[in-house]
Design a protein around this ligand. Structure first.
Ligand code: NAI
Ligand code: OAA
Length: 293
């Protein structure tokens, strides 16, 4: 199996250490270029025949920026990489970390569609870090190991589009309504919290490496035929009015084997969902319009 991430410091360590994966990354010199690849030929050769492509390429936020502010630079990067994927590895599982995830995934979908190779079951936006954070914060609040916390985080990957479904948390989250409100906002704004704390030095890196490795590992486990591999991820969807939306997915040999749909929502979570949909639709439209022009 060939795993061929678009290498950056963010992904390199974890991808290379994913058990059972022999990734030949030796020919890519990530330090000697400003954009990771010297040109489309090097990009093409890195992607040739890949089964899984993990994309963390692109600029990160500085304090005061939204993820959407990264669109002007990162949209073009996703367009170029998707064009190369269509040529070199049209059947690959593609996992996009690059922000704004909510918009980058629809861009990739449109580019792959234009090339006639789009398979909605094989294109993923990586929202795993939201789940990782929710588990960490809840574990801390309940004094349990975060690894033992299970919680769906659905929707998209920015601000109000991040929907932690605390009512479905296992073990049960026992906070008051005020605690639930505060924890929800903390999870939604955790990326911004990191960007502020790093004060110009970028956004989350180590936690993203962990989350990226977990998601890529799950894709590989599914590809290898393991049963019951479930991850939340931002994918093409008909679960809500937003045409891309994250819900728990069963991953298998061909990518999404089953979309498990919306978890049961309480009234508070239904309101969160209502607030997320218009934002998500705008984010998606922006990507589709960009890719069509
Ligand atoms: N989905 C998520 O939860 C998260 C997403 N991110 C996003 O990941 C992206 C990368 O963040 P960092 O690694 O911290 O940034 P970074 O600046 O440390 O690394 C970006 C890398 O992208 C490479 N790059 C730039 N243009 C490229 C191109 N055309 N082709 C190939 N590689 C190219 C650069 O050479 C550099 O190695 C950002 O857009 C950031 O917002 C970051 C953390 C979490
Ligand atoms: O906030 C950012 O810019 C990076 C990111 O997506 C996250 O940390 O969740």
């Amino acid at each position: 199996m060939k795993l061929n991430p678009l290498v950056t410091e963010l992904s390199l360590f974890d991808i290379v250490h994913t058990p059972g994966v022999a990734a030949d990354l030796s020919h890519i010199d990530t330090k000697s270029t400003t954009n990771g690849f010297k040109g489309s030929e090097e990009l093409d050769s890195a992607l040739k025949g890949a089964d899984v492509v993990v994309i963390p390429a692109g600029v990160p936020r500085k304090p005061g920026m939204t993820r959407d502010d990264l669109f002007n630079v990162n949209a073009g990067i996703i367009k170029d990489i998707s064009t190369s994927i269509a040529r070199q590895c049209p059947k690959a599982m593609v996992a996009i970390i690059t922000n704004p995830v909510n918009t980058c995934v629809p861009i990739a979908a449109e580019i792959l569609k234009k090339a006639g190779v789009y398979d909605p079951n094989r294109l993923f936006g990586v929202s795993t870090l939201d789940v990782v954070r929710a588990r960490a914060f809840i574990g801390h609040a309940l004094n349990v190991d975060p690894q033992k916390v299970e919680i769906p985080v659905i929707g998209g990957h920015s601000g109000v589009t991040i929907l932690p479904i605390l009512s479905q948390c296992k073990p049960k989250y026992t906070g008051s309504d005020a605690d639930i409100q505060a924890l929800t906002v903390r999870i939604q704004e955790a990326g911004t919290e990191v960007v502020k704390a790093k004060a110009g030095a970028g956004s989350a890196t180590l936690s993203m490496a962990y989350a990226g490795a977990r998601f890529a590992g799950s894709l590989l486990r599914g590809l290898n035929g393991e049963k019951n591999v479930i991850e939340c991820s931002y994918v093409q969807s008909n679960v809500t009015e937003a045409t891309f939306f994250s819900t728990p997915l069963v991953l298998g040999k061909n990518g999404i084997q089953e979309n498990l749909g919306l978890p049961k929502l309480n009234d508070f979570e239904k309101k969160l969902l209502e607030a997320a949909i218009p934002e998500l639709k705008n984010n998606i439209k922006k990507g589709v319009d960009f890719a069509k022009n």
